[in-house]
Design a protein around this ligand. Structure first.
Ligand code: ACM
Ligand code: ZN
Length: 733
């Protein structure tokens, strides 16, 4: 392709992007019909009996920005010249489906159920100018909607988000706002992680200390926490229910519940008094499965929980139980012996089974992390697959249901990138970019089609253990200089949009390039709605090698924003030159560019990173490990040539840094050889990736000889598999 053609292709792409309706998630069928409908102050909202709430929600969504006070008319006949909400039982095949026709004199929206109609209204909002999301009157906007016939229904029935309200107490108001954010993208399950070591968040009247003690951590000025009263929960549930969001409470057992043990020490094996955790780790104190009082407590807690949450599901956690206490507990060991069980794992299965029986009286289905559906549960449960996709295959064979909450696609506590200046967030795996989220398919590769009915959908998880400290949601620090959106908005948007589309849109209609184009107009909607978000960097289209450098072509992927760039090795700022056409640069390393929404809101830089620049304080690269150099779960030798890098007598430091892969690297020892003879070593356990520990090795060289060959041999393994990548750096101290 010559340059002229490239240029034309680029313009065509831009035109077609602006000429389509940019709805996210993409509906099943859209046909534009060439007409249009304009909302004016006399526009009426008609609704059939049973759809009053949806009509009121629509009115409330349209009124602030338009400034119009719409007349609302309940009617069965004569609905015309307005926005018409009605039932259409013929389209009730999928209870969340709807049909939407926008034509010259009417917007006709019909759904099999109120939920379908609600989703139709969300689509309608996305067909209006972005200013519709504003809470203040927008002057001079024509509220025109392009004519179209839309038929839509979701691919998956479980389109979830999890909020970890335990490690960070999200206020009721934030939760309500979060439900609005979910609604915009037709997400329908809000999983509240109400219980963990760092806080119990649900008022239980029979056990007041769960909240008077368990909801608070730290002392004095450091004291922080909070909880939802039963009235708060009722308000949240009602708010969610109107928006077709099912709130699923998670009451964790048997681990991750030090907050309840701190409140009621009889719940643990030792009965000792503990305090609610103030630093993130997984407590070894877990509920005692030997004492009947634990089950009485659970029954009481469930009774009050179920009176508040109408969901048919109860999430019981079940992950990461450390069995040390059960192994040492006479009650637990007696239980194990009485039941003839061989392992503590079987005791956990017993616990799950009893709880399952307990909640089945309320017709509730248990949901848990993938640990609960591994073995032994004969009654059907829902496994949230997080750290091991293989568990999904066994679960469905065993008759269980699954929801994909996969760490590598949908843990939104991970940042989107490693770019310097990215928010401080979880670091035990690789970042999760918007594009990575978009690659999720809940129908896992290799899953037999016959199991489709047992795959319920997917959920993203906003863990907050990175934010355990402090009383306020952390503001994005000054690096993003001046952006003060709240952390969790930033972690959620725009990734929730990708999550929504892979859960809603038929796979055949999904496509990253098209999604990226449709996303261009979403950011303005966030601006108007007051939602924080991560601004994407400019997109690199090409960097052709030219005679004395490179020709760089970038694309701005945020409508209304501009690209600003710098070519002198400094980082681009909101005051740098505006990019208008491809530019020539001498050195890639001197270039950077940002997306500028306004002087206060802009992206992290796009630039050409030097490999390993984030480790530059650790000296010179001496070796890289990749899966082929790691044996796997057994220790094996990983050799590095350090000749020239060990270059005199003195003290040296060797630093191991994980960069990618499923496994962190475990290091047992480091030995240094001079001309094939061992001269020194540092033997200690170290880890890199995940919870980084003792990953620095030190040794001294006392009898350096010019010209000697130095080799370093490290004994390493991957802690899950050999899928680990990283680099080792050497530095003379
Ligand atoms: C989990 O992340 N422990 C479910
Ligand atoms: Zn016990």
């Amino acid at each position: 392709m010559n340059k002229l053609m490239l240029c034309c292709a680029f313009i065509l792409a831009a035109v077609s992007a602006s000429a389509q309706l940019n709805i996210v998630p993409l509906p099943k069928h859209i046909t534009e019909n060439g007409t249009s409908f304009t909302i004016v102050k006399d526009t009426k909202i008609y609704y059939e009996q049973g759809l009053k709430a949806q009509a009121e929600l629509l009115n409330a969504a349209l009124s602030p920005a338009t400034g119009f006070d719409f007349e609302m008319i309940q009617s069965k006949q004569g609905m015309q010249n307005g926005i018409i909400l009605k039932f259409d039982k013929s389209s009730a095949a999928n209870k969340e489906g709807y049909r939407l026709t926008v034509k010259n004199n009417a917007v006709v929206l019909s759904g099999g159920t109120a939920a379908g109609v609600f989703y139709g209204t969300q689509t309608l909002l996305q067909m209006l100018p972005a200013a519709i999301h504003d809470q203040t009157r927008q002057k001079g906007v024509t509220w025109k909607i392009r004519g179209a016939d839309i038929e839509d229904a979701p691919l998956w029935g479980w389109r979830g988000m999890m909020l970890d309200v335990s490690r960070y107490f999200f206020s009721k108001d934030y939760v309500l706002k979060f439900i609005d954010m979910m609604s915009m993208y037709k997400m329908n399950v809000l999983h509240l992680h109400l219980v963990d070591d760092a806080g119990w968040r649900l008022e239980i009247k029979k056990y007041p200390k769960l909240t008077s003690v368990g909801a608070w951590r730290g002392d004095g000025a450091e004291r922080t926490g909070g909880y939802y009263t039963q009235e708060d929960i009722k308000e949240m549930v009602a708010y969610a229910s109107l928006r077709n969001v099912d709130i699923i409470p998670e009451i964790e057992i048997p681990a991750h519940t030090l907050s309840s043990i701190a409140a009621y020490p009889f719940l643990s094996c030792t009965g000792e008094q503990y305090v609610v955790q103030t630093q993130h780790s997984i407590s070894k104190e877990i509920l005692c499965v030997g004492k009947e009082s634990t089950f009485d407590f659970m029954a009481d807690v469930f009774k009050e929980t179920f009176a508040l949450f109408p969901s048919k599901y109860i999430h019981i956690g079940g992950d990461e139980a450390n069995y040390d206490r059960w192994k040492a507990c006479p009650h637990c060991q007696k239980r194990k012996a009485d039941l003839g069980l061989k392992t503590e794992k079987e005791l956990q299965v017993y616990f799950n089974q009893r709880v399952q029986k307990m909640v089945s009286k309320y017709s509730k289905t248990i949901v848990g992390w993938n640990e609960i559906i591994e073995d032994g549960l004969t009654d059907k449960a829902v496994g949230m697959i997080w750290n091991d996709q293989q568990k999904a295959f066994k679960a469905v064979e065993d008759g269980h249901y699954t929801v994909m909450t996969l760490t590598e696609y949908s843990y939104f506590d991970f940042p989107e990138s490693k770019i310097p200046g990215e928010v401080k967030a979880a670091g035990w795996r690789s970042p999760i970019s918007l594009e990575k989220v978009y690659q999720l398919n809940p129908m896992l590769k290799g899953m037999d089609e016959k199991y489709r009915p047992q795959i319920l959908g997917a959920s993203a998880a906003l863990w907050s253990d990175q934010f355990i400290h402090g009383t306020l949601l952390q503001e994005i620090p000054l690096l993003n200089e001046n952006r003060s959106e709240k952390y969790f908005d930033y972690l959620s948007f725009p990734r929730m949009a990708a999550m929504a589309e892979v859960c809603w849109t038929p796979v055949a209609r999904q496509g990253w390039t098209d999604f990226e184009q449709r996303m261009r107009s979403q950011y303005k909607r966030y601006d108007h709605a007051g939602y924080g978000y991560r601004v994407p960097q400019p997109k690199l289209i090409s960097n052709e090698k030219a005679a004395d450098g490179y020709l760089l072509k970038l694309e701005n992927i945020v409508d209304g924003a501009e690209i600003r760039y710098s070519t002198d090795g400094t980082r681009a700022s909101a005051y740098s030159a505006v990019y208008t056409q491809p530019i020539k640069i001498k050195q890639l390393a001197d270039f950077s560019a940002i997306t500028v929404v306004n002087r206060n809101v802009y992206s992290l830089p796009f630039y050409f990173p030097e490999k390993y620049e984030q480790f530059k304080n650790y000296g010179e690269l001496v070796g890289e490990w990749k899966p082929s150099k790691v044996k796997g779960k057994e220790f094996g030798l990983f050799e590095m040539n350090a000749s020239g890098k060990i270059n005199g007598n003195g003290n040296y430091q060797l630093a191991f840094w994980y960069t990618d892969g499923d496994s962190r690297l475990e290091i047992k020892s480091v030995e240094v050889y001079k001309n094939g003879v061992k001269v020194t070593e540092d033997v200690h356990d170290g880890f890199t990736g995940g919870s980084q520990q003792n990953n620095l090795y030190k040794f001294s060289i006392k009898e350096y000889e010019t010209g000697a060959e130095f080799t370093i041999k490290a004994l390493v393994r991957g802690d899950i598999s050999n899928d680990s990548n990283g680099a080792v750096f050497i530095k003379k101290l």
